[in-house]
Design a protein around this ligand. Structure first.
Ligand code: IPM
Ligand code: MG
Length: 351
C-alpha cells in the first residue's frame, strides 16, 4: 500500500518521540511491502517562531491531503508563563482539530502485564482493564465564547453544545460499544449544567436504536473516583471535551504511565494520531522521553488504515520491550534504562 502521512513533530519532546514512531513505521513498511511517504509540516511554538502562526495554512493543506496525520506534541513554557501572549502553541492544536473536523478523540486504557505491579493501584483493581474514553474534541468550553468584562477583573468561558454535536459523538460511542462489551457510560454533570442535561436527553433518545447496548449515566465527579477504584466497570465512556481531557490523564495511571497512552482523533475525513502526553519541555533534547505512546499511536493509525497485522506487530514489539525492560527511565525504576532513540532502534530491529 502507498501511504502519504503528514508528520507533525511539534514542540518539546515531540520531534524525539516522532522519530521513533517513524523508525518503527518504516520497519513495518519494509516488512509488509508498503511505501510510506512522510510529509513533515510545522506546528506549535516551532511554527510560531518560523511563520508567526501555530497551525499555518500550508500545514493544514498537507494534513488535509494525506491519508493520516501523525502528531507529536505541542506547547512551550515560554508561553505558559506569559498570560498576555497573543498567540499560543495550543491554539494551533485546537485550530487543527477544528479545521480537520476531528470531533472524536479515542483514548483507550488498558494494562500491560509486565507493568501491573508498578502501578500505584492494586493489581486486582486494574488487571484486565480494557476501556475506551471517547472524548468530544471540537466543542464545549474549549471552543465556547470567552472573554473579560470591561473592568478586566472578571473572566468567563462558556460550555456550549448543540444536539447535533452530541449525537455524532454518541453515535460513535454506541457503535464502538456494539463492537466491544456493549456497555456505554455517558459522563456528565447533569445535576448542575444545562449542557449536560442536553447530553443526557440526546443520548437517552438514541438508546432505542441500540437496544443491545446497556447505557448508564454518571456524574463526572463520581467517575473521577470510580475510574481508579474499579476501572473494569467501564467499557466505552462518552463525555464532553474538558471532562474527557481530565479523565484521560487520570486513566493513564491505570496503564502505568502517561508515556504509554496513544490516541486517535477522528472525524469524517483524515484522522490524526498522537500520544496523550504533552510536550514535556523539561526533557526536550535529552533523549530520555518515553516514545511508546507515539509508537502505539502509529499502531492505531495502521489499524484504522485497515492494516491490522501491522498494528498487531507494533503492539507485540512494544509489549516485548516492556517485558524485557528495554524502557526509558520513567519505567525503569532505578534499574537499567535506555535512551529514547535506543528504544526506537530496538523496536524497529525487533519488527
Ligand atoms: C490533550 C492536551 C490538550 C488539550 C492541550 C495541550 C491543549 O491536554 O490533548 O489532552 O487540552 O486538549
Ligand atoms: Mg490533556
Amino acid at each position: 500500500m502507498k501511504l502519504n502521512i503528514a508528520l507533525l513533530a511539534g514542540d518539546g519532546i515531540g520531534p524525539e518521540v516522532i522519530d521513533q514512531a517513524v523508525k518503527v513505521s518504516d520497519a513495518i513498511a519494509k516488512k509488509y511491502n508498503h511505501e510510506i511517504s512522510w510529509r513533515p509540516a510545522l506546528t506549535g511554538a516551532a511554527a510560531i517562531d518560523e511563520v508567526g502562526e501555530p497551525y499555518p495554512d500550508n500545514t493544514h493543506e498537507i494534513c488535509a491531503t494525506s491519508d493520516a496525520v501523525l502528531f507529536g506534541a505541542i506547547g512551550h513554557p515560554r508561553f505558559d508563563n506569559d498570560p498576555s501572549a497573543k498567540v499560543r502553541p495550543e491554539q494551533g492544536l485546537l485550530k487543527m482539530r477544528q479545521k480537520l473536523g476531528l470531533f472524536a478523540n479515542v483514548r483507550p486504557t488498558f494494562t500491560f502485564p509486565s507493568l501491573i505491579d508498578k502501578s500505584p493501584l492494586k493489581r486486582e483493581r486494574i488487571e484486565g482493564t480494557d476501556l475506551i474514553i471517547l472524548r468530544e474534541l471540537t466543542g464545549g468550553v474549549y471552543f465556547g465564547k470567552r472573554g473579560r468584562e470591561d473592568d478586566g477583573n472578571t473572566a468567563y468561558d462558556t460550555m456550549t453544545y448543540t444536539r447535533a454535536e452530541i449525537q455524532r459523538l454518541a453515535k460513535k460511542g454506541f457503535e464502538m460499544a456494539m463492537a466491544r462489551g456493549k456497555k456505554l457510560c455517558c459522563v456528565d454533570k447533569a445535576n448542575v449544567l444545562e449542557s449536560s442535561r442536553l447530553w443526557r436527553e440526546t443520548v437517552q433518545a438514541m438508546e432505542k436504536d441500540y437496544p443491545e447496548v446497556e447505557v448508564s449515566y454518571e456524574f463526572v465527579d463520581a467517575v473521577a473516583m470510580r475510574l481508579v477504584q474499579w476501572p473494569k466497570a467501564y467499557d466505552v465512556i462518552i463525555t464532553e471535551n474538558l471532562f474527557g481531557d481530565i479523565l484521560t490523564d487520570e486513566a493513564s495511571v491505570i496503564s502505568g504511565s502517561m508515556g504509554l497512552m496513544p490516541s486517535a482523533s477522528v472525524g469524517s475525513e483524515v484522522s490524526l494520531y498522537e500520544p496523550i502526553h504533552g510536550s514535556y519541555p523539561q526533557a526536550a533534547g535529552k533523549d530520555i522521553a518515553n516514545p511508546l505512546a507515539t509508537v502505539l499511536s502509529a499502531a492505531m493509525m495502521f489499524e484504522d488504515l485497515g492494516l491490522q497485522q501491522e498494528a498487531d506487530d507494533i503492539r507485540r514489539v512494544v509489549n516485548k520491550s516492556l517485558s524485557e525492560g528495554v524502557v526509558t527511565e520513567d519505567l525503569s525504576e532505578g534499574g537499567k534504562s535506555y535512551k529514547t532513540s535506543e528504544v526506537g532502534n530496538w523496536l524497529a530491529e525487533n519488527i
